[in-house]
Design a protein. Structure first.
Length: 302
């Protein structure tokens, strides 16, 4: 026989994933929400990450993408609900929908909540809003702390769920979001070299970088990213890399992007030293890094 019965299902699944990965949607609705920061460093970085995603998704003038981003004081429950209701009224079954959530989440042992300025939104409440969206294929990327606690409530046949943590009990601030954004603009994430980044490719890249961060910092990992359905994640095209990387082809911009990544890494590392430092010294170092990060971002935005 040409191949064993054991190998055959794997070949079929791989072929199906490759075919679906090339599938085009009529339109893709993308909503990014950067929730409550609570502290200056979180506030600044959540907003910056959401801004980066917004720019990446809008690059290239792709008319089949409807991109909306809520951040800072605009990232309220009311505005998030309004945005999801708008998409529910506009999307068609042939369309795709992506929700990306950045920030803090909480889990009380039974229910996950996404922290927003003002009232939070729970996973069951979010699921009810998402279930009204008729888009035939959906992707939810919850990059918050405790995000794994949302999976059960959000799970649906046509919905792929990616979380920064494996459960609601992993409650520390996450670094997964930073590496997810990196995956959207780093050609190295495109492992099959088809110039399209799938949800699974972005997840795999960010997952590897997250694990590497904790190894390099010699800290026990406090987050373990999860994807609930690898086959459907592989078949979900997120964006074309040609458009996403166009904005950073200039060597000077690439150097600034690398500098920005280095500063963000230093901020994440500093947080793990907080308990070992005098409060004034921690604040001094953090403030200096945040100022440097803001200046670097300004240069990138020119």
């Amino acid at each position: 026989m040409g191949c064993s019965l054991r190998i055959w299902p794997i070949l079929v699944a791989g072929t199906l994933g490759a075919l679906l990965a090339g599938q085009a949607f009529s339109a893709t609705y993308i909503l990014t929400v950067a929730g409550l920061g609570g502290e200056p460093d979180y506030e600044q970085r959540f907003t910056a990450l959401a801004t980066d995603i917004d720019k990446i998704m809008k690059t290239g003038g792709q008319t089949d993408r409807i991109v909306e981003t809520l951040k800072g004081p605009d990232a309220t429950r009311a505005k998030m609900e309004a945005a999801l209701n708008r998409i529910a009224g506009q999307a068609k079954p042939a369309d795709a929908f992506v929700l990306m959530m950045i920030g803090h989440g909480t889990f009380d042992g039974e229910e996950y909540k996404f922290n927003l300025p003002g009232p939070d939104i729970s996973a069951p409440e979010l699921a009810a809003l998402l279930n009204r969206i008729p888009a035939g294929r959906q992707l939810v990327v919850d990059m918050t702390s405790a995000s794994g606690g949302a999976t059960a409530a959000l799970k649906k046949d046509n919905r792929t769920i990616i979380t920064a943590t494996k459960s609601g009990t992993e409650k520390n601030a996450t670094v997964f979001a930073r590496f997810w954004v990196d995956a959207l603009r780093d050609p190295a994430a495109d492992t099959d070299k088809n110039e399209t980044i799938s949800a699974l490719e972005a997840f795999t890249y960010a997952d590897k970088k997250t694990a590497q961060f904790y190894t390099e910092q010699k800290h026990l990992a406090t987050e373990h990213p999860q994807v609930d359905d690898q086959q459907h994640a592989a078949a979900f095209p997120l964006l074309k890399f040609g458009a996403a990387t166009a904005a950073i082809t200039d060597p000077a911009k690439r150097e600034l992007a690398a500098k920005k990544d280095d500063i963000e890494g230093k901020i994440d590392a500093l947080k793990y030293q907080k308990d070992l430092m005098a409060p004034d010294e921690y604040k001094r170092q953090l403030t200096a890094l945040l100022i440097e990060l803001a200046r670097t971002q300004q240069e990138l935005d020119k």
